[in-house]
Ligand binder design. Structure first.
Ligand SMILES: [Zn+2]
Length: 435
């Protein structure tokens, strides 16, 4: 037998076996929880049972009896919740307190190496209870986010459901790497776009290669003037509108990095779907967001995390921005602006648990229940996936996490997730395959 034939003979039974296994209908699973915070309702449900078939939740009620042949996972007194959703991450970034940290990753790490690190970040996120991420650009790693998403979807690696933005956009000279000799051709942290036609073309290209969302950088150079957090706007109105219009034409939504009032106003005028960071939101901009139904991802913790390092490196504005954002958060909450969970994880080290943001939201005025909803049902609505994700109820995908304590008393409990199920498959805790 030639080596090739021999290989075929060895592989054939294995392949048959694998396909037979895939067609087997998995037994239903009954999950018992001491309490259930379902992501939507106000009050928790005691002694809840959740029946899961395949990748879906089929029934939720107190004291369900398991159907015949069902696997029962008893989580005792634990509190169950929907899988958490983080709508602002960078799995291809490993923390960038200073420009030097950022540049080193783009200059000294290949995209394959960064993609390998991204697979570790994706696993970390899932094990921390984040079953869905909206990853808002690869920071110079081209379309590697699409590859990580594909590997997760195909079961090659464990990770959250991914909605990816690929490369993001900014005009020439506004986004790192900056400050190098003109003789050097440096890598770019985004796709450089100048002019409305180029903007439309870039959107088409990114969608072609797998972008679920389009992201652009609306502003830079933040400063305080007359008590307002201001900024320099990156794109002309014509360019920003071209990005948003083309994205919407292709069925994609748009997220804008916008920190100062000027950048926020430009992005809202262009018609974006979410404002990222948004530190400089004032009453007028918040009212405009309400009117247009735009979501806000405040990314509080990353601001706190980078403030000290950036201030020490000569940019004290980053410390001011923390205080300004806290005021904006209180106002937004009072007005009822839709605040979605978004952390910018990757902008800080993945070793920091991205669930920390919840405690900051509570410190800034949310109830623990509001903070949990922002990371479940509200975040799902931002994604337009409110029928699939963000709640534990019949018909939804079976993305369920659990914690030992009471997150409604101490939301910091969410930093100690003990059980993770995604799409009916247990990845952590009781019922997970032994490593
Ligand atoms: Zn970011």
């Amino acid at each position: 037998m030639t080596p090739r034939r021999l290989l075929a003979a060895v592989l054939a039974p294995a392949l048959l076996c694998a396909s037979a296994h895939a067609e087997e209908k998995p037994a239903p699973t009954l999950l018992r929880c001491g309490r259930l915070v379902d992501g939507k309702q106000g009050a928790p449900i005691s002694n809840a049972a959740i029946l899961v078939e395949g990748d879906r939740i089929v029934k939720v009620a107190a004291g369900l009896t398991p159907p015949e042949g069902a696997r029962v996972i008893d989580l005792g007194t634990a509190t169950c919740l929907p899988g958490l959703i983080d709508n602002h991450t960078h799995i291809l970034l490993q923390g960038d307190i200073t420009a030097a940290d950022y540049d080193a990753q783009l200059l000294k790490e290949s995209i394959p190496y960064r993609a390998i690190r991204a697979t570790a970040a994706a696993r970390t996120a899932l094990m921390n209870g984040f079953t869905t991420l909206r990853d808002l650009e690869t920071e110079g790693a081209m379309y590697a986010d699409v590859d990580v998403k594909t590997a997760i979807d195909r079961g090659v690696i464990p990770g959250p459901r991914m909605f990816v933005a690929t490369r993001a956009m900014a005009p020439t000279g506004t986004y790192p790497l900056l400050g190098y000799s003109w003789e050097l051709r440096m890598p770019e942290g985004v796709q450089i776009v100048d002019g409305a036609d180029a903007a439309r073309r870039a959107v088409r290209e990114q969608v072609k290669y797998g972008a679920d969302w389009i992201k652009y950088y609306s502003d830079r150079k933040y400063f305080v003037k007359d008590g307002a957090l201001r900024s320099w706007v990156n794109f002309t109105d014509e360019e920003a509108k071209a990005i948003v219009d083309e994205a919407h034409r292709l069925g994609r939504k748009v997220a804008a990095h916008a920190i100062g009032r000027d950048g926020i106003e430009s992005a809202l005028k262009a018609g974006v779907d979410s404002i990222e960071h948004g530190d400089g939101l004032d009453d007028e901009m918040l009212d405009l967001m309400l009117k247009k139904g735009v979501y806000w991802c405040p990314t509080i913790y990353v601001g706190v995390y980078v403030a000290e390092g950036r201030a020490a490196a000569g940019n004290p504005i980053w410390a001011t921005m923390v205080d300004v954002e806290r005021l904006a958060f209180g106002k937004a909450l009072k007005k009822g602006v839709k605040i979605s969970y978004g952390t910018d994880a990757g902008g800080y080290d993945w070793k920091e648990n991205q669930a920390k943001e919840l405690s900051y939201m509570v410190r800034y005025g949310m109830t623990p229940m509001q903070a949990l909803q922002s990371a479940t049902s509200v975040a799902a609505a931002l994604l337009g996936k409110q029928d699939e994700l963000g709640a534990v109820e019949a018909g939804k995908l079976a993305d369920i996490v659990a914690v030992a304590g009471d997150p409604l008393r101490d939301v910091g409990e969410m930093e100690r997730v003990t059980f993770v199920m995604k799409g009916g498959v247990v990845y952590k805790g009781a019922g997970a395959p032994q490593p």
